[in-house]
Design a protein around this ligand. Structure first.
Ligand code: 6PG
Length: 250
């Protein structure tokens, strides 16, 4: 039985602290022989990475327990300012001195992104320590959401019926480029998905997602339904939700 939880945080600083505690708690309590962690793209996670980098013991814990992957990547190399890998390297890997051996980069600069998607899928299958059915299982997948309700690199125009592989390389009309992304089946095989969503521009998409039945997939992010899906959002992103719970302040 899957669950969906909403945690509304006062501001982005609170999200960074709460998500840091969430991630470290999941890793330390996990019984997996290796903790399969997928990092999100975009800019929101940088504050969480910075907080992790300032947390005593985080480097040792992550190094000793984790295999680190990316839930999506742009069609760029690791030195490009738009690279999701570059963001994580700058805010997390280098500050914590994480070893390359636990970090599995998507080769966004590959000339054949379809082949790179297949290669990354094979790497995930090789490294995964568990599956849900035939699909490799991540212990924790971090995701963001765009104002249009996209998540990872699965945008509204994506043909979800074709979503049969675990890693895909869709052409994104609105960006005029291909990307590489986890598919919905791979995301939903995760034990836990943690969305980190900040900003008023996300409020409309969040309202649509939470206003409809879980089975009505109004937007790509609404298709995410892991064993446990936690939506950690700031009060601006939550401003259009019919929600009367307690706002988290740390
Ligand atoms: C990407 C992301 C994407 C991102 C959202 C939110 O590669 O762009 O994976 O899904 O999470 O667009 O981005 P922000 O955190 O920058 O708002």
């Amino acid at each position: 039985m899957s669950s969906r939880e909403l945690i509304v945080c006062a501001d982005k600083g609170t999200i960074a602290s709460a998500s840091t505690q969430f991630v470290l708690s999941e890793i330390s309590q996990s019984r997996s022989p290796k903790f399969m962690l997928a990092l999100s793209g975009g800019t929101t996670p940088a504050a969480t990475y910075d907080q992790l980098a300032r947390t005593n013991g985080a480097g040792e814990l992550i190094t000793s327990r984790c295999g680190i992957f990316f839930s999506d990547e742009r069609a760029v190399g690791p030195e490009d300012p738009n690279s999701n890998f570059r963001t994580a390297r700058q805010h997390l890997f280098e500050p914590l001195g994480l070893p390359d051996r636990i970090i599995h980069r998507i080769v966004g600069e590959a000339t054949d992104l379809g082949a790179e998607a297949a290669h990354y899928a094979a790497l995930i299958r090789e490294k995964a320590t568990g599956t849900q059915g035939m699909i490799p299982r991540f212990d924790l997948t971090l995701l963001g959401m765009g104002a249009d309700g996209h998540t990872a690199s699965l945008f509204p125009e994506y043909d979800f019926a074709s979503d049969t592989d675990i890693v895909v390389a869709p052409f994104v009309e609105s960006k005029g480029t291909r990307r590489i992304s986890f598919s919905v089946p791979l995301i939903n095989a995760s034990r836990v998905v943690l969305f980190l969503i900040v900003g008023k521009d996300k409020a409309g998409a969040l309202r649509r997602i939470f206003a409809t039945d879980k089975n009505e997939h109004v937007l790509p992010a609404a298709r995410v339904d892991a064993d446990r899906t936690v939506w950690m959002v700031d009060s601006e992103a939550a401003s259009l939700l019919d929600w009367t719970g307690k706002v988290l302040t740390l």
